[in-house]
Design a protein around this ligand. Sequence first.
Ligand SMILES: C[S@@+](CC[C@H](N)C(=O)[O-])C[C@H]1O[C@@H](n2cnc3c(N)ncnc32)[C@H](O)[C@@H]1O
Length: 195
Amino acid sequence: MQRHYAIIGHKTPSSGKLNLNDLSGSGRMDVLVRAINSALFVSHGIRKDTTIVLHLQGGDGPDRRVLFDGEKLAGVRPDERSIAGQIKAIMKLPIPPIGHYKEVTQGIYHSGGDIFNTIDLWKVEEININILDAEGIDINQVSKKEKIGIILSDDLPFNDKEIEKFTDYQKVSLGEKWLQGHSCIAITQYVLDKL
Ligand SMILES: C[S@@+](CC[C@H](N)C(=O)[O-])C[C@H]1O[C@@H](n2cnc3c(N)ncnc32)[C@H](O)[C@@H]1O
């Protein structure tokens, strides 16, 4: 089963300088980097069945998406500082047009666009879209699909526009307690591994 994660960085700048010594103060880039770690890395390797798209939707400039594709990824270590270093380099590049994912290094791509552009693409790719939300249906009730898409937020709640758009999709819960995003990803990987 292919897993596609999308995390929304509501405050994370899409361009400019990234301070590797203060990822938390850089629009909660730390949250996004931990999400990459949980989604893509197992103890000794990379999950080839998983992609994750970071949505850099904070700051003044246009939004940017950064896609990590586990099937193609090489030369990336499960080390938050080195992953952040790769994102830092991407943030200095011009943002490609929406709809065009430009490869930066093997398995890492970037494009313009926001979470709604990702949803549009996932619909074309027949990815079954799910929203992670404590008030959704129990994760164990999710039916087995060839391609599953999972959307989560950073440390902020989904905004009004997102809530409105997400009514079209199934909400999936990991219990009543609100958890950190990277923990949610680890749990979903565990559940999907067992399906
Ligand atoms: C740190 S939480 C965000 C908490 C934020 N204060 C809020 O009220 O939404 C990050 C994301 O993880 C997901 N999440 C956290 N706990 C969850 C749970 N129990 N079930 C499903 N998703 C959860 C949601 O997508 C949430 O937006």
